[in-house]
Ligand binder design. Structure first.
Ligand SMILES: *Cc1c(COP(=O)(O)O)cnc(C)c1O
Length: 418
């Protein structure tokens, strides 16, 4: 196996050598975003990670969900993020590529890794199975089933096979129904075929990302019920996917408790045998609030701010998907001006005219060149989507300790000791 190295466009800010004790002391006394920006005066995008927020989000999710919580690694694979989630009790990981499987295995020899992509590369299946102890694989076609069986060389008893069920378009901001999943008829066939060749079988689905409607899970679970009844195959695994929402400036979703209650309700109706394991695969809900992006204003024209990150960088979701994010202005040399907040649009740094973000993003009316903007809720699908387009691939990363710009509904922040 060749040893390819991961290349990351986001590098931690280097500090001169520090002992473990110094590092722990520093972590206990981490500054907030504003102090960090004023001290570092970053000229490239700066990713501010709140490890405590991550760890608490993981603890909260694990405490509420009645089953195993698999973190969807694609959403933010930064090692610091994975470590903070591990500290919060996450032991299961939803991976979709050989790269993600290797990364998680390298970091956590004891992690349970699940290969949840319905169409995998053959060498990736073989490597995951032979080298990294991956036992559960998702599929949504007979072709993929044959592929998994060939690459795991008739593993049988050890093998877990999970059928991805297609869902009709539902209440999610990001619809994920277009690409993967077997229709119920096909799912029945696949489940029966899997039963004959695997030690454990299951069903999974994904309601779509940032799904605001708890009833979407109940509808999906009813569909699961129809498939189980027709297949006559008891499930070892039922995976209710990800899609749990977070707050944005124009959206306050119901609290996580409501989604868990809807899932519990749907599960009750299914009357599953006691041995069925229930899984979920949250991404966004675990990590979005824990990371901010700090950008610098390079120029202003009316209500357009030219900033040093954009849709080819960390702000992909602010482009075509039109997400709005909470913002805060940070200015050097004086206390940030407290004047009227007005709506702005952002222009990214690349020369592509598509590199614009409509917003509106609310900032003080006198925002100007040289100011920084903290943009919140960017822990998910931000850093990991950066490209090197047009030479704007540099960014730095620091840990901070202040609260996120938006709180999570239903979550009571733990008082920080003074
Ligand atoms: C992306 C993805 C997730 C995570 O979705 P979120 O909306 O971030 O919670 C979970 N499972 C699968 C299969 C995915 O593709």
């Amino acid at each position: 196996m060749s040893h390819m190295r991961f290349r990351s466009a986001v590098t931690p800010i280097r500090r001169s050598f520090e002992s473990r004790r110094d590092r722990d002391m520093r972590r206990n006394q981490l500054p907030g975003v504003v102090e960090t920006v004023l001290a570092e005066r970053p000229s490239v995008p700066m990713h501010c990670l709140r490890p405590t927020v991550l760890t608490q989000a993981a603890e909260r999710f694990l405490g509420l969900f009645p089953g195993q919580v698999l973190y969807a690694v694609k959403c933010n694979p930064a090692p610091a993020v994975l470590r903070a989630l591990w500290a919060g009790g996450v032991r299961h990981f939803d991976c979709a590529s050989a790269g993600e499987v290797r990364l998680v295995r390298q970091m956590f020899p004891d992690a349970r890794i699940h290969f949840m992509h319905p169409v995998k590369a053959r060498p990736a299946i073989r490597e995951a199975w032979e080298w990294h102890g991956v036992r559960d694989f998702v599929f949504d076609s007979m072709d993929e089933l044959a592929k998994i069986l060939e690459e795991t060389s008739g593993a049988f008893g050890d093998l877990g096979l999970v059928v991805r069920l297609a869902l009709p378009k539902g209440g999610a901001v990001y619809d994920l129904s277009g690409k993967f999943g077997a229709e119920p008829d096909e799912a029945v066939r696949l489940l029966r075929a899997a039963r004959a060749v695997a030690g454990r079988v299951g069903l999974c689905f994904h309601v779509g990302s940032q799904c605001l409607d708890p009833a979407a899970w109940e509808r999906a679970l009813d569909r699961v019920g129809q498939v189980i009844a027709r297949a006559g195959v008891p499930l070892d695994i039922l995976d209710v996917g990800g899609g749990f929402p977070v707050s944005y400036p124009d959206v306050t979703p119901p609290p996580l408790e409501d989604f868990i209650a809807a899932i519990a309700h749907g599960l009750t109706r299914l009357n599953l045998p006691a041995f069925t394991e229930v899984w979920c695969e949250p991404g966004r809900a675990l990590v979005a609030p824990a990371q901010s992006l700090v950008v610098r204003i390079e120029g202003r024209r009316g209500d357009h701010l030219f900033i040093n990150d954009g849709i080819y960088g960390t702000l992909s979701d602010a482009g075509v998907p039109g997400f709005r994010f909470p913002c805060r202005l940070i200015r050097a040399g004086e206390v940030a001006p407290i004047n009227e907040l007005v709506p702005f649009s952002f222009f990214g740094p690349t020369c592509d005219s598509a590199d614009r973000m409509k917003g509106p993003f609310l900032l003080p009316a006198d925002a100007r060149e040289g100011d920084w903007i903290e943009i919140g809720q960017l822990g998910a699908y931000g850093t990991c989507l950066r490209t090197a387009f047009n030479g704007f691939d540099q960014a730095v990363m620091v840990d901070v300790s202040d609260r996120p710009l938006l709180e999570t509904p239903g979550y009571q922040p733990v008082e920080q000791a003074a």
